[in-house]
Design a protein around this ligand. Structure first.
Ligand code: IMP
Length: 437
């Protein structure tokens, strides 16, 4: 039976309910930190799409953790983390991530489950990702070069290898050999170096042995957990406008980063989801190419000079722009966002005045929703309104009322334009620097 939505209640006091957390912009919204905060009330944290293109940063007890494939919930004791069927897994990268976390003192054992139905990222996916980007020249997507697109491509073409294959060494080697023969021919034709089957096979079988204790039918696990009343947090990766269907196509990733992806990528049906929390920055950023109508070079320079806005996965300087309420309003609609978590408010502490995009102008016409076509989206001219900055640090604020009035007014304005209820504000990277409304 569907439980009542937890909207509007204090996170610290309420029952968490099954929650989908998604990025409402172009990724890098600060989801890692918010997931870490929400995980306190969840029993299970699930990743349902993307791969190690994601980079979720969590700062805990002075240590910085960057998670790529493993849900951020792994940092909290007593939580079970699930890598669902919708994720594409590079087994070598996953083993490395597990080892890296263990070296930082994180306990990983029965608290991690990996879906047997998840697809694998193989070396030829990474090589093809790189080659395709090279060949596109100026029209490149700006991918993370982790092989994500080619791996999802194989999945859709029904030619992918899955974790269940990896768990059967002889079958895996046979399938891998055939796939590598075909892909090496493609790589050679593109003028790229082919991969050595024996070497890859050996590496992947070693990773298989390391991962086998974690592999399970995670769909069954999650349904049993639901039956026993356990609460699940679905940790979205990337962001709404990187969604393969709803994003700035073709400048997108290859999975459904929007709320629906949590269902298909985990096997948990829609009627078991109780609320959707949308995470957005108090301004806008993106890495990689593609439309970003509110991009502003001098604002970006200011943020970079403050040491902010460098990608967690690739270290690339992010493109930065003003808050785009046309985009976030659309994101609220697609995802059914009930609650908003606004992050990086402190990034605006020294910015005055602050612009907010409240509409687009395209060919002399006003638009209140983004156009489908990326070239048109790119040509949209933002219609701005400006608000005065607060010109003081917000980092010590722990209650909404601790914030300067101008910061509160700004938050109310962007939440009003977005059309969802503001429930969390983040004013710094650590857990403590969080305001729950
Ligand atoms: P891919 O997912 O590596 O294929 O990259 C496709 C696009 O999504 C590129 O613009 C990437 O920069 C972007 N992207 C992929 N993962 C992330 C992420 O976790 N945060 C932000 N952008 C991402």
């Amino acid at each position: 039976m569907r439980r009542p939505s937890a909207s509007g209640q204090n996170f610290a006091q309420k029952v968490m309910a099954n929650t989908i957390l998604i990025g409402a912009q172009w990724g890098d919204e600060g989801k890692g930190k918010i997931i870490d905060v929400l995980t306190a009330e969840a029993d299970i944290v699930v990743r349902s799409q993307g791969g190690n293109n994601a980079g979720h940063t969590v700062i805990h007890r002075g240590k910085k953790y960057i998670l790529h494939l493993i849900p951020s919930g792994i940092l909290r004791r007593g939580k079970v983390c699930v890598i669902g069927n919708g994720v594409v897994i590079d087994p070598i990268a996953l083993v490395k991530e597990i080892e890296g976390l263990k070296n930082l003192g994180v306990r990983i054992g029965r608290n991690l489950l990996v879906s047997d139905a998840a697809h694998l990222v193989l070396p030829y996916h990474r090589a093809l990702d790189e080659q395709r980007e090279l060949r596109k020249g100026a029209a490149k997507i700006g991918t993370t070069k982790r092989g994500i697109g080619p791996a999802y491509g194989d999945k859709a073409a029904r030619t992918g290898l899955r974790v269940s294959d990896l768990m059967q060494p002889r079958l895996f080697s046979k399938k891998l050999e055939a796939k590598m023969r075909e892909n090496n021919a493609i790589l050679r034709a593109l003028g790229a170096k082919p991969n050595d089957f024996r070497e890859v096979n050996q590496q992947y079988l070693a990773a298989a042995a390391a991962l086998s204790p974690f592999v399970a039918n995670t769909v069954v696990y999650l349904h049993r957990a639901l039956q026993s009343g356990r609460e699940i947090l679905f940790e979205g990766a990337q962001g709404t406008f990187l969604d393969i269907d709803h994003g700035t196509y073709p400048y997108v990733t290859s999975s459904n980063t929007t709320a629906g992806g949590a269902c298909t990528g985990s096997g948990v049906p829609p009627h078991r989801m109780d609320r959707v929390v949308g995470v957005m920055k108090a301004y806008t950023t993106r890495v990689g190419e593609g439309p970003l109508p509110t991009e502003d070079a001098s604002f970006a320079k200011k943020l970079h000079q403050m040491g902010r806005e460098f990608g967690a996965t690739t270290g690339r300087a992010r493109r930065c722009g003003w808050f785009d309420a046309v985009a976030t309003h659309y994101a609220t609609m697609i995802n059914g966002i009930d609650e908003l978590a606004i992050t990086n408010l402190d990034g605006l502490d020294e910015v005055n005045p602050i612009s907010i995009c409240v509409g687009y102008r395209l060919n002399g016409k006003r638009l209140d929703v983004p156009p489908c076509d990326s070239a048109q989206w790119n040509n949209c001219e933002p219609i701005y309104e400006t608000m005065p900055g607060w010109s003081e640090s917000t980092r010590s604020a722990r209650k909404f009322s601790d914030l300067p009035k101008r910061a509160r007014d700004y938050l109310k304005r962007i939440s009003g334009l977005t059309g969802a209820k503001l429930t969390i504000v983040s004013v710094g990277p650590t857990r403590a620097e969080t305001i729950v409304l």
